[in-house]
Design a protein around this ligand. Structure first.
Ligand SMILES: Cc1ncc(COP(=O)(O)O)c(C=O)c1O
Length: 427
């Protein structure tokens, strides 16, 4: 029997693959800024930002204006002709990305950017090997998922994956992969990586290391301050290209344009997506001129990548971040959230760890023996949703709450959200 015409969830479930997992049962009708309006008349604060994408809020007026104006003139090129909005965006990205990044290739999704980065690294170096980090998430296409290891279920039944991919431990200090504590840490995880380059694949065979400067889906983990510098030094010494996967951390999420800046890291290649165009599908691979010009004409390509409308939306997003001092807001309001969440943690043993940078904040829920407490977080998430606050989880045990609100969230709005969250945690 067919569902009544207005029952969106039933209609979607009838025809959309069950592989798609929706985080809530909300049917969104419209959204503006940090708010989403549902078809039942309820309004929610979207602290998921549509998975770290609506960094300047839903339907920002300047993004709509730019997209509409572009749409009325040119929607598609397919690399048949050049167009202004793509060149405009490349110039802006050249300005806001780390100085080592000089040229760009535009595509549509984060996974597509990671695929392109792998291809570029192999092409430019003539080497095959790829090092990724356990817990990392780089997308779900076959090449990207070969690097993804935030959960084996993303890889199950797809083997064999891309060959010559090795995983080194991500420096996750709260649950040290080497069994150390902060006091006894001697960055054994980095030594493990160096041993991999002796036992499994010689450094001279490795094209690239693909690293999230703050671990996203794997658990919102901030690495120790000196880890990225060690990686940089090793890669430079061995001629390995260092790829910063900034798909989630980029475009202001951590309070800087790119999380690399926190570590003074100059990547050889960068991948950008999510927040770049405020929800229009767009991603970018950036690289130095030296590396990017190793790609010969036709070595990579796209029909839809760098869509004119998405590029116009992306330039408007970058301009709005600058004009409205949105990075500064992310730092200030993010700091306020960290302070309040740390205070909450002090009185609540179920919160084992609070960590983050800017508006990328994770809270790890644990049982008294420090084992992950997924059920606790499930209760918290549900209570938040009942009170009109959307938060989502991350980490292999789904026990880490991630706060990734729009970067435009005001102190007042953050206070309202934290009041709901605190009540949900202690209630
Ligand atoms: C760091 C990182 N890389 C790549 C991806 C894949 O992006 P997409 O879902 O747009 O393919 C994600 C998505 O969450 C991500 O967080």
């Amino acid at each position: 029997m067919s569902a009544p015409p207005n029952d969106v969830i039933a209609r979607a479930k009838a025809l959309l693959t069950p592989a798609l997992v929706f985080h809530t049962g909300i049917v969104a009708v419209c959204a503006s800024g940090i708010y989403v309006d549902a078809d039942d008349g309820r309004q929610y604060m979207d602290f998921s930002s549509g998975l770290a994408t609506t960094n300047i809020g839903h339907c920002h007026p300047e993004v709509i204006k730019a997209a509409r104006s572009q749409m009325e003139r040119l929607i598609h090129s397919g690399c048949i002709f050049y167009y202004q909005s793509e060149a405009d965006l490349a110039e802006r990205l050249r300005r806001i990305t780390p100085a080592s990044i000089e040229m760009f290739f535009f595509s549509n999704s984060g996974a597509e950017a990671v695929e392109g980065a792998i291809k570029l690294a192999r092409f430019a170096t003539g080497r095959q090997g790829i090092i990724a980090f356990t817990g990392g998430f780089h997308g779900r296409t076959l090449g990207a998922v070969s690097l993804t290891s935030s959960n084996a279920r993303y890889r199950n039944r797809y083997h064999p994956l891309l060959p010559s991919v090795w995983h080194a431990p991500y420096p996750y200090c709260y649950r040290c992969p080497m069994g150390k504590t902060r006091a006894t840490c001697s960055t054994d995880c980095f030594e493990y990586l160096k041993r991999t380059l002796r036992h499994q694949i010689s450094a001279q065979e490795v094209a690239c290391m693909v690293f999230e400067p703050v671990l996203g889906e794997g658990g919102y983990v901030v690495p120790p301050a000196d880890y990225a510098a060690k990686l940089r030094e090793l890669c430079t010494k061995e001629g390995i290209l260092l790829v910063a996967d900034e798909v989630q951390t980029g475009i202001g999420r951590t309070g800087k344009w790119f999380a690399c800046e926190h570590w003074g890291l100059s990547p050889d290649i960068i991948t950008i997506a999510k927040g770049i165009a405020s929800g229009f599908p767009l991603s970018a691979i950036g690289a130095s001129r030296d590396i990017m010009t190793k790609w010969s004409p036709g070595a990579h390509g796209t029909t839809f990548g760098g869509n004119p409308v998405a590029c116009a939306a992306a330039s408007a997003t970058i301009d709005a971040i600058e004009k409205e001092s949105i990075l500064e807001n992310a730092v200030e309001v993010g700091r306020y959230a960290m302070t309040r969440l740390s205070e909450l943690q002090a009185g609540c043993p179920a919160i084992g760890d609070v960590r983050g940078l800017g508006m990328m904040i994770g809270m790890e829920f644990v049982k008294p023996d420090k084992s992950p407490d997924r059920e606790y977080l499930e209760k918290v998430t549900k209570r938040c949703l009942d009170k009109g606050l959307i938060i989502v989880e991350c980490g292999i045990d789904k026990n880490i709450a991630r706060f990734m609100p729009p970067l435009i969230t005001t102190a007042e709005q953050m206070k309202a959200a934290l009041d709901i969250f605190e009540e949900a945690v202690v209630g």
